[in-house]
Design a protein around this ligand. Structure first.
Ligand code: MEV
Length: 310
């Protein structure tokens, strides 16, 4: 093998996080300006494979729970290739922060899978790459819906429902403003918390989940028809429901309110919640810039503007 390279992207969930884990529809899109890159360099005999990722530099084998998904990505890919005797030094480099609902764990696993396949010049179907990435994601957060893995490797917006995926073609014009609260939120903790509340109150929490699914389905239909105002309303409703599922955070609430009072058509958290990022729907580029400035003034650590409709 030679040194291999893999690349994926950040993702934003427009609507349907959490309920997608229970089979409801969700829509997410790759953010192609925010890359995740990975390199896999063959280790020579007797050399211990090293990892360089985020703030960690050290042996891959000793990189702890935080990098369990990456180690699994290496393991399943080498198994798949049937070359388990060869070790690899792994390095990742990200344009976006981890633990903020932007899909960094799935993006890193996907990039590492691709880098290892590239090291062997292996031509592998997208389905197989996705399957390997999802196996790594199971270590990171238990029962992933597969939305993050699919979107961080994807070309455009996708709708996922019960594991079935299709591309979505948005119509009309709109921008997304994505803002980082600076508060780290664990997707694993959020997903486990929701599961506990659903088990404790299947009827009550089940109704919230169904309603979140309904809002997502309606929002996706609106996006495909270019109806941006109702799309924004559904995003606002989804935010209420996610709050009721207890995956919100006061800093998210503050930024969501700020975006709405600066003309956002809708605003909500994105990803697992408990912190992380929020996103706002803006009718045009000027609105998006104004909302972005307002969010920064309210303490958002970073703001990205993304054109939703190409
Ligand atoms: C996390 O980005 C999205 C969740 O819906 C979990 C998942 O889909 O696996 C919270």
């Amino acid at each position: 093998p030679h040194e291999g390279y893999g690349r994926t992207w950040a993702k934003a969930i427009l609507i349907g996080e959490h309920s997608v884990v229970y089979g409801h529809p969700a829509l997410a899109l790759p953010l192609h300006s925010l890359r995740m890159q990975a390199w896999a360099a063959p280790a020579t005999e007797g050399e211990e494979p090293q990892l360089s990722a985020l703030d960690y530099e050290g042996p891959l084998a000793g990189s702890g729970e935080r990098f369990g998904g990456l180690r699994r990505a290496v393991e399943v890919t080498l198994n798949y290739l049937g070359t388990t005797g060869q070790g690899f030094h792994i390095r990742t480099e990200s344009d976006f922060p981890a633990g903020r609902g932007l899909g960094s764990s799935a993006a890193a696993s996907g990039a590492v899978v691709r880098a290892l396949l590239d090291a062997y010049d292996a031509a592998v179907s997208d389905e197989d790459i996705l399957r390997l990435t999802n196996q790594a994601e199971q270590v990171t957060h238990g029962h992933p819906s597969g939305l993050d893995a699919a979107t961080t490797s994807g070309q455009g917006p996708v709708r996922l429902e019960q594991g079935a995926m299709r591309t979505v073609r948005p119509r009309g014009a709109a921008y997304l403003v994505i803002a980082d609260t600076g508060v780290a939120g664990s997707t694993k903790e959020a997903v486990e918390g929701v599961r506990g509340r659903l088990e404790a109150d299947p009827d009550g929490v089940g109704r919230l989940m169904d309603e979140l699914g309904n809002q997502a389905a309606a929002a996706i239909a609106d996006l495909e028809a270019g109806r941006m105002e109702p799309l924004g309303d559904h995003m606002n409703q989804a935010q209420e429901l996610l709050d009721a599922l207890q995956v919100g955070h006061p800093t998210l609430d503050k930024l969501v309110q700020e975006a709405r009072s600066n003309g956002a058509l809708g605003a909500k958290l994105t990803g697992g919640g408990l912190g992380g990022c929020m996103l706002a729907l803006a009718a045009d580029g000027d609105d998006a810039d104004r909302i972005g400035q307002a969010l920064k003034a309210q303490g958002a650590q970073q703001v990205w503007v993304h054109r939703l409709v190409a």
